[in-house]
Structure formats: C-alpha cells, structure tokens
Design a protein around this ligand. Sequence first.
Ligand code: ADP
Ligand code: MG
Length: 702
Amino acid sequence: MMFHEKCLIITVLIFYPAPSSNNPIPQDMDRLEKLGIHSKMDCILHLPMRYEDETQVMPIIDACPHLSGAVQIEGIIQHSEVQYHPRKQLLVTVSDGTGELNLRFIHFYGSQVKQLAAGKRIRARGEPRGGFLGTEIIHPTYRMVSESTPLPTELTPVYPASEGISQKMLRKQIDAALNEVPLTDTLPESLLKSLKLPAFDRTVRFLHHPAADADVTALSERNHPAWQRIKFDELLAQQLSMRRARLARRQQKAPPFLTIGKHSQQFLDQLPFKLTAAQQKALDEIRHDLRSSYPMQRLLQGDVGSGKTVVCALAALQAIDSGHQAALMAPTEILAEQHYLRLSEWLSPIGIKVVWLNGSMKKKERTPILEAIASGDAGFVIGTHALIQDAVSFSKLGFVIIDEQHRFGVGQRLLLRNKGNTDQIQPHQLMMSATPIPRTLAMTFYADLDVSVIDELPPGRTPVLTRLIDDSRRDEVIARIHAAARQGRQVYWVCPLIEESETLELQNAVETHEQLTGMLTGLTVGLLHGRMKPVEKQSVMSDFQAGKIHVLVATTVIEVGVDVPNASLMIIEHAERFGLSQLHQLRGRVGRGSTASVCLLLYQKPLGQVARRRLGIMRETTDGFRIAQQDLEIRGPGEFLGARQSGLQILRFADLEQDGALIDLAADTAQKLLTGKLPDSGTIINAHLDRWLSNREEFLNV
Ligand code: ADP
Ligand code: MG
C-alpha cells in the first residue's frame, strides 16, 4: 500500500488552516472557518465560482424551452395550486401579458403556498423546459417583488459555500471586508504595467461586483484580466515560497565530493557502450552538484529504458572515491535485486564492495551485511525499504539515491536521508523517475528541485509497435507467441489488474499460467507474482534472464525496472483496466534490444470513453512525456500528483493546463524579486507572501 502512495517529491507546500494574524475576524464568523476563511483578507479572496445574470427580465413569450441556460422572468401569479398527481407538488402559473409559464415546486414548505398566492408579483429565474402543460421552470430561484423593485445593475456572484452558510451571508461578509480592509497593492504600479495586469483593488472589487455589461464568458472561463491578476498573484506567492525554500537549503551543509576518482574511469573503460549525449549531460549536472558543500536535491528524469542506472552508478563512484558510502533504495525486491546484480557486476571487478538488503533475508544472511554497512566496508548499499530500518547504520553515508521516487512516501525518503546526518551534515540526494513530470507541474509543485532529463534513448533501439486486439482474437495472439519463440525471442504476458482483490488477481495469474502452459506446447511458461517468496521470484527471474523460460506470465510486479533485452513481445490482458503511466511502464520492459518489439493490448468490449482514449494514446505514441501530459489531462493534477493522499492543496485559482503562460510570468517575476532586480524587492516579497500565504506556509524539506 505504502508504495502506491504517490507523494510529492521534495519541498511540499502545505496549506493548512491557521488563524491569520492580520485582521482577526469576530467570533460570529466561526462558521466561515469551514470554508477556510480565517481573516477579512481571506473573505476578500473568497472569489465567486460563477455568476448569474439577473440584470434583465425576459418576456415570457421569448422564454422557450430550447433556450440553453437560465432565464429570468417577472409577472403576476394567476393561479397557485397544490397537486397530488403524480406526486405532491406546487404548481404556480405566472403571466406577464406576453404569455404564461408554470413554476413547479416538488419540494416546498407550507409557507410557500401562502407566499405564492394568486395576484402577487414574482421574479423567477431558472431553465425553461417543455412541460405537459406548456413551458415550465422546475424549482426556480425567485423573490417576491413590487412593480417598482429595481433590477440589479450587476451580475450576481455565486460563491463556494457549505452547509449553514448562505450566499446572502457570504455577500454581506465580503462586502463588509471590502469596505474595511485597505486593498493596497502588494505589487508596484510599474511592474503591473509591464505585466499588463490590473491593480489588486480594482480586481477584487470587480470580481465581487461585475457590472451588468461585463464579459460573462471571460468571467466564467476565468481568462478575464481580473482573473489573470488573481491567478498571477497566487502563482507568484507559490513561486516565491518554493524558491525561498530552495535558498534555505543552500544554508545546509553536505560533504563536497571534490574529485572524480580513478574508479569512474575504470568503470567507463570496461563498460561495453558509450554514454549517450543526454546521459553525459545529466551526469555533468550531477557531478557539479556533488562538488558543492550544500546538499544536492536533484531529480533525474528519463523515460523507461533511457539508462538512468549507469548515470547513478557513476555519481555513486564520485561519493565512494571521496571516502563516503552511497545507498540506493528501490520500491520492490525485484527491482532492488536487479540493481544489485547489475551494479555488482559493474563495480565488483573494479574493487567496490556492493551489498544488498531486503526485508525477507534471514538473520544469518543479514548480519554480515549489516556489519559491512556499519564498518564502511560496503561502499555501495542497495535495498528496498529494508534500508531504513533501525538496525541499519552506516559508517559514512554521503549520497542517497531513490529509484522510482514517486513510489515512496515523504517520510520514507526522510528516514533514509537521516541515516547520513552527522553534525548537521546531510547527504546529497538523487531521485530517479521514469514518470515524467509535465512542464507546468515541474515549474510549480516541483519548483524546489533541480531536474536533469535524459531525453534520448540509447542507440540501436527500435520503437515498440503497439496493437489493440479484441480479447476474442486470442488465437492470433497464441500464434504470435509461437512465432516469437521460434525466432529465439522471449515473451511477457501481463495479467489483468484486479483492484478489488489481490487474491483474485493472484488466482487469475495462476489460472492464466496453467492455460498458457496447455496452449503453448513445446514452450516453457514461467509465473511471477507478488505473493511469491523472494527466492522463488529470484529463481524465476534468473531463469527468464538466462532464456530458460520462453513466456513469463506476471502480474504488475514486473512494472518497474525488469531488464531482459531478449524479450520482444508483450501481451497485456485487459489493458483497459490499467492507467496510462502503468501501461507505459509495462511496455517499457520490451524494446530493449535491437529487434523490433511488439506490445499487444488485449481489451474486452465494451470500452468506456476514457479507456478508449487511453488505449488510443498508447497505440499512437511511445513518448513518455506525451503520455504523461495526456495522463495529466485525463486525471487532473490532483490525481496525477496523488495530492489527495499527501494532504496537498492544489492551487485554488490557477489552472496548470490553462495557465502555462502565467506560470512562466510568475516564475520570472519571482526570480527577479528574489535576486533584487526590482526596486524594494524585499518589501514586495514580504507583503505578497503575507497576503497570500499568511501563516499557512509550512515547508516539509525532505
Ligand atoms: P532506466 O532508465 O529505465 O532505468 P536502465 O538504466 O535500466 O534504464 O537501462 C536500460 C538498458 O540500457 C540497460 O540494459 C542498460 O545497460 C542499457 N544502456 C544504458 N545506457 C546505454 C548506452 N548509452 N548505450 C547502450 N545501452 C545502454
Ligand atoms: Mg531503472
């Protein structure tokens, strides 16, 4: 469970309710606390979610059912009656001289029957529709008026509200706040002018009270200049606080690894390939950070198969050659073991002691490893979350690597880093991820991280061809497996995800294994699932690696890291049940060698709209960044970030999809302010953060 919890990587900005120091609000406004309103400024920043146009009355004759949206009518009640067929309801007939229209109330109070008596004048608003008795509005909003009751001259704001808080009360409190609180601008006029943004004071007054002729579309789509100003302010506050956190990190101490020792060269000399330009560039960036005396906090991003491991190995050698230990933590045993096998194969010949640790090792096995870690004999320590247990104590941990970082919680990463803390000295940290973060997210929620990107795959790979196949055409799939095996290739068969039950998932994998064994005569079919003992998993994996198994039936345990270049065909059963990034990760297991690889996505009809879209994207592209972008669009930033679990509040007003240009502008302005490029930068920063994040800012510096 823990590993699926997608947490934010590094500095997380957490908004939590706390009373604001400026402009404390009276006791009787307690109820507003529920909406996160703790001060009068919060009241002012409680902005409408939409507007209603009540400034005009439509003649009833024009209020036809095929109009889209709500209309407002006014007239005299002709007839009012409680009916009992087909169920109890109040039917009120209104006429304005141009025509008649019915108002239908299915839920109503006795008092309303009196209030809505014949002869009275009513102003009602709602969506007209065709009823049995002619045009009607069901449950209109309404008020009783006289002939001289004026129409509002402004659009009516509709605020986010909750139980016990009416729109009327909110309007009253907000108007009071608008009158009492000085709406001084946090940003100087010259800056606003260059950004083409309106003043704060005008902005909030307008958003709470837009004139009748305001551009309703721009207001509701939130691209009106007033909304631009609000979003900019919010994004600027976020950029400022994230960047300040990053500056604060520079005050911390870390061991500088000044020389790139002989081991790096020896390692490169024996490597059977050359680093790609993208790997070299990422490595240079990491090496530069490791030389500094404050902790590195870097994310190494690269699509599945882009070759992150060799880069992290070279970085680790820089730490080891400077007399420190390096640790690599991976989310699963399979992955940790694969890293161990690969890294010890690379580094043992040049005299580096590589060890690994997992949760299910016997004591006899563990003890010497723990000793090697404690004595400093082990230069490179690899493991699962077993690394963060109390029993593990390092001699001199100077460099921490987290693979598939999004699978770890903030707390777990913190625990590992703390294993290296001595006298206020912290280890450098490198995180690796194959789930690319779309640019807008990287600039906002990850603004505190330095990012290196490996944007090129090693040469000689042929892109994976993806086909969608209806589940009823399994015979063809079996034929393809035979064909691949005849060519000496190996195959993955991924069993469906069964979210409700791990037991069912397991049972299904076992059955599929049996079935395929029966159908694939002459071929060896292996099985790999999460409930197997580590030794069993290991032996299956090494048999597959050695080519002794032709077809590996597996659950999603193979999602990350598994590296068998000879496997060139992958079948994913019930592909419609998987998420986009998961499909991408799975598919990344093939296409690692030089032969053309194929991924068959078996699906079962009927396909929902989202599933259809996901599978379509998979067929179209193998570009991890495009897939991540689509994933973000389909799921929204909250789901994508796993923000709900981590308690993070997504931006209130700005939208990561829509407001990319504003994010750039805010980042640029924050940079100018923090480097003192604008007059009075310090004052501006303080005033702005005070308004937008007053007492709500908490850094979790991991
Ligand atoms: P990932 O970024 O997904 O972790 P890996 O580090 O597992 O990728 O690398 C995938 C495969 O590519 C491995 O077999 C690795 O040895 C190989 N590889 C890495 N870099 C290169 C390169 N520059 N040239 C050729 N093969 C490479
Ligand atoms: Mg990897």
